[in-house]
Design a protein around this ligand. Structure first.
Ligand code: PLP
Length: 386
């Protein structure tokens, strides 16, 4: 089976150092907010070329704390996209603010041309999402934010190591957020997240907010969360961060194989890459004709695939107040996109196999179509929906 992620292979790759790391951590007798977390925060700030990093419990709470640190809450509006993981919008709702969804561009990202129209007197911030591992049209969005005195929170949960003009994801906004959910390019062995910022004031506020709003022991200056990254996960992340660039290159090699062999299949669209952008291919997402049948065909041939995401946020039951708004591109994408397997432990041979199976699917489908057009009563005896 060609998997979306192969965590067993990943574990074998890291095992020798991982065993030592875990052993050291457990023997230390210190499990919450200690040396490992501080070290990881310093390393991650350095990696993103920012002044400060704050380890937190997950990506959702990273976003929530970022909003709280900017003083965003009840009565405020935050512009974001519906074409994202639901957590992007949940963070906004959880602080009592209102998400304002704009449609996406040809890179599946916030369309900057729609942002200005969405600004009202209540707008306080913009959350662009570097979806699938590529940075959004960030310079234009930063310009709009500056002009309108709005804050930017980057949702970089899918973009560890991505860059635009050599500037890393997580270094453009006022506060920026990452997730370390195991499937992410930098994943923990459990949940985790981090916030980056260049502001000392925001940094100090985030430190308090992740730890019950505590300023000194048992002294609470604001109402915070328990959103601490634990020592064990931080130690594991410290180890994995050292290999992030190497493993990103492996993802990019797989993407190259896909581009080479899929580009000419007219029934699918391969992802577009922005100029001056380093795409880290968290996901390799195609737009495919007959997606349902293609996904079944891939599965029958031992290939996993997923849809990110089948229901846009504004169409979710939890967001029923937005169900009637129309976001054409977002809604169209939800019906056609398909994420193919891509991870650092996949071989080029496996990627080629995925391409060959996709090719053979469309050849087969086109033969079926021809049969139907010659014999309108045509046989669907192979029983696959087209
Ligand atoms: C774009 C995006 N934002 C936010 C999140 C939330 O991260 P977490 O699952 O760590 O809460 C995720 C991860 O699922 C994500 O992909």
């Amino acid at each position: 089976m060609i998997l979306m992620n192969d965590f067993q292979k990943e574990y074998r790759f890291f095992k020798p150092q991982l065993d030592k790391t875990i052993d050291r951590c457990l023997k230390s007798g210190w499990y919450i907010l200690g040396r490992e977390v501080s070290e990881f925060e310093q390393n991650f700030a350095k990696y993103t070329n920012t002044k400060h990093a704050i380890g937190v419990a997950n990506g959702l709470e990273a976003l929530q704390i970022a909003l709280m640190a900017l003083g965003i809450g009840e009565g405020d509006e935050v512009i974001t996209v519906s074409n994202s993981a639901v957590a992007t919008a949940l963070a906004i709702s959880n602080v009592g603010a209102k998400p304002v969804f704009v449609d996406v561009d040809e890179y599946y990202h916030m369309d900057y041309k729609l942002v200005e129209k969405a600004i009202t007197k209540k707008t306080k911030a913009i959350i662009p999402v570097h979806l699938f591992g590529q940075i959004v049209d960030i310079e234009k969005i930063v310009r709009i934010a500056k002009k309108n005195n709005l804050k930017i929170i980057e949702d970089a949960c899918q973009a560890h190591g991505a860059s635009f003009r050599s500037k890393k994801a997580g270094s453009f906004g006022d506060v920026n957020c990452f997730s370390f959910y195991p499937t992410k390019n930098l994943g923990a062995y459990g949940d985790g997240g981090v916030i980056t910022t260049n502001s000392k004031e925001i940094y100090e506020k985030c430190l308090r907010l992740r730890n019950y709003g505590q300023s000194n022991r048992y002294e609470h200056t604001e109402k915070g969360l328990n959103s601490r990254l634990d020592e064990l996960q931080a130690a594991i992340l410290n180890l994995k961060l050292k290999k992030l660039d190497l493993l990103t290159k492996k993802r990019q090699q797989i993407a190259e194989v896909y581009f080479k062999h899929l580009r000419d299949i007219k029934e699918i669209k391969v992802p577009k890459q922005r100029k001056n952008s380093n795409h880290v291919f968290h996901l390799f997402v195609i737009e495919a004709e007959s997606r349902v049948s293609l996904q079944e065909y891939l599965k029958d041939n031992g290939i996993s695939s997923l849809i990110h995401y089948p229901i846009p946020i504004h169409k979710q039951k939890a967001y029923s107040e937005f169900n009637s708004i129309i976001l054409d591109r977002t809604e169209m994408l939800a019906k056609t996109i398909l994420s193919l397997p891509i991870h650092p432990f996949m071989t080029n041979q496996e990627a080629k196999k995925v391409c060959m199976v996709i090719k053979s699917f469309y050849q087969w489908r086109n033969r079926q179509k021809r049969k139907i057009s010659i014999h309108p009563a045509g046989n669907f005896s192979e029983g696959i929906k087209i």
